[in-house]
Design a binder for this molecule. Sequence first.
Ligand code: DGL
Length: 269
Amino acid sequence: MMDNRPIGVFDSGLGGLTVLKEIKKLLPRESLIYFGDNGRTPYGTKSKETVLKYTHQDVSFLLSKNVKLLVVACNTMSALALPELRSSIHVPVLEVIEPGSRAALKKTKSGRIGIIATSGTISSGVYSKAIRSMAPDVKIYTKACPLFVNLVEEGWWNNEITEMVAVEYLKELKKENIDTLVLGCTHYPLLTDTIRKVLGDDVVQVSSAEELSIALKELLNEHDLLTGQGEAHYQYYTSDSVEKFKELGKLILGEEILNVERVDLDGNL
Ligand code: DGL
């Protein structure tokens, strides 16, 4: 049995495109629908109730597009909303915390791991919990870096101001002698160069994208959901400017983004 329906991938904004890129690479035949809630980003500084409400709307929107599987390409939603919503979603769902944790444990040699993420994700404690459940003896150091999301959404991935912000956010982690840093927010891989300037080459930066794509392939196989014949189709939705999405999305994916439509999940287009 084959299933040609698309996979739904979503985030509060552009960050999830770092995950979509990896999925496209590993599963080039799968059609994908992406939703970025750029109009309401960031989620990471908002209350759990708000994140739950937004996530619920994002999920309903993608389910209305007849997706066969959902990828929550956002750590904040994975941490704060998914545990409560998962049982009401009738398609398989993949999140990013577990793959990110696994990626870190594969890389660390010293067992000293740093985690950076949004305030919501850090205060939920889910990363520390996930990593400790797999390796109880590792040392974990966390830091919330909320401004990073806005800097990425602004396209300021590599400039002096972003570097100054990174120096301030990362100064405590720098002292802890970590050998691995989890980029626990899907926006952060766009700041890899800036973070490297601050922490140096010896700290390995890991994100969930690659591990998640491998898990996705397995899950599609397991559920008999792999695509059959035909060409993959990519459709993108944003709740803010289509032009800005295209412009920055192109820089993230390294190719022109053609099919972008604006949607407003509050129903006030
Ligand atoms: N990219 C998201 C994450 O992985 C959310 C960023 C935000 O909206 O604050 O957490």
